[in-house]
Design a protein around this ligand. Sequence first.
Ligand code: ATP
Ligand code: MG
Length: 556
Amino acid sequence: MSENTTANKPKNFIYEIIDEDLKTNKWGGKVCTRFPPEPNGYLHIGHAKSICLNYGIARDYNGKFNLRFDDTNPEKEETEYVESIIEDVNWLGTDFGDKVLFASDYFEQMYLWAVELIKKGKAYVCDLNADEIRASRGTLTEPGKESPYRNRSIEENLNLFERMKNGEFANGTKTLRAKIDMASPNFNLRDPIMYRIIHAEHHRTGNKWCIYPTYDWAHGNEDSIEGITHSICTLEFENHRPLYDWFLDQLGVHHPQQIEFARLNLNYTVMSKRKLLQLVQEKYVDDWDDPRMPTISAYKRRGYTPEAIRNFAEIVGVAKRDALTDISLLEFAIRDDLNKHTQRVMAVLNPLKAIITNYPDGKIEELEAVNNPEDPSMGSRRVPFSKEIYIEQSDFMENPPKGFHRLIHGGEVRLRYAYIIKCDEVIKNDNDEIVELRCSYDPETKSGTGTSKKKVKGTIHWVSVNHAIDVEVRLYDRLFTVENPGVEENWLSCINPNSLEVISNAKLEPFLRNAKKGERFQFERNGYFCVETKHATNDKLVFNRTVTLRDSWAKK
Ligand code: ATP
Ligand code: MG
């Protein structure tokens, strides 16, 4: 990420907290943040927000940023996810030092700390099963019931906990619980579980462990071991903070400050990993990186840039209250970035052949076309022009509505970088469908050099028939038809059946013949596109539309 200082930035409330900490020397001048994903899915745009926030803080305060996998649940976690997450975090442009960290590397320390709490009389082995524990938790108005095992002796607890670790007990038959307060108004403090027995192979520690720490127990330990100063998480953990604090206070170890902020929610999008997994497993999308998914890998495949995603995270800001962010804000950030940097080319998505009858047979002109009017340093290129061209079907209308400034029968239009043409004749097939236009051009109207003063209202793009490359183009729309699919009971029924449109015979100017996988372009008037990286074959280029040129939903 680019150099940045805190001086020229609007300060969010987290920056204010850190400024104050630096003033009071709370952490000896240190700032250390982390991003702690559970490797049970691919990262999504919400995670990107958290990464940008945490990494941005470390960068702005010359601190440290850790990427740490919270891999404490062997049943849902996989190496595939670990690898994709590392790739995505790298792609976003963060610097997490020379090493990826894993909570599983701290299992031994966590175990020793748990033993310490048992020795202090602050934790006990409980034989209630999950249902019984739930049933004894009490309600908002009633205190919970103390476990009959709560007052086991320290010796007995030490012995049982060791035997839990050694694999003597079956899944679910025992837990280690913190001994706090079954009457606490905060449920999280009603003797929460610290360890459960799970006989399962862990993606890194194999079968070494059969007891696994819960999030609440593990997370503060992880933060403390790494010397994190500001442990930033989303609002749903606000109620867990007293427990985070309680554990670290009992242990008397380095005690980071947990700070909560509102998670990012996007409209027309689901963000929970469980739901994203379901979309993949039930084949509503082709994979985690299907360009309609809100995952980082999907955005990458679709042509979003890391710069644009970082800008988006910045624009959205950091809030204390949950809200639904408009997805058009993300698309705005993407456009804004691509507009500055992408090469423009002409592509006709739905071709209609036009023959320029008075243009000499066999003649080819190489016309100059600007690569990016926003950036003259990108120069220009030559585009071949000839007697037969393709124009967009939608750029011709037989019965045009008022204000239609493109081509009509008997009307004129400018061909971008070329001439003004007039449509003289409309050729139809037996089904009364338009199959071809016969046009004539005015040689005096050549772009840039023509002597004619003639002006027309419309300019359209085109591609020379003999020079065109056949390409496949995939257009994407929102994956859901409702604003907040996440809250719909039957959210899968809100999937947009038209979220993907495949155009198999689009025509592209020859300049792009050697376009490389992942390269981004603006197809004039049609949007920004990126060469498909995954399911492209060698004989045909495939383009994903990254984003339209304008917010086509804004009018609705
Ligand atoms: P799920 O998506 O199933 O709720 P999760 O988002 O909690 O899971 P984690 O891997 O635990 O998945 O998340 C890693 C970090 O990313 C956490 O610190 C979490 O607070 C943050 N995070 C997750 N979702 C968002 C979001 N939508 N906006 C901002 N931060 C998020
Ligand atoms: Mg989580």
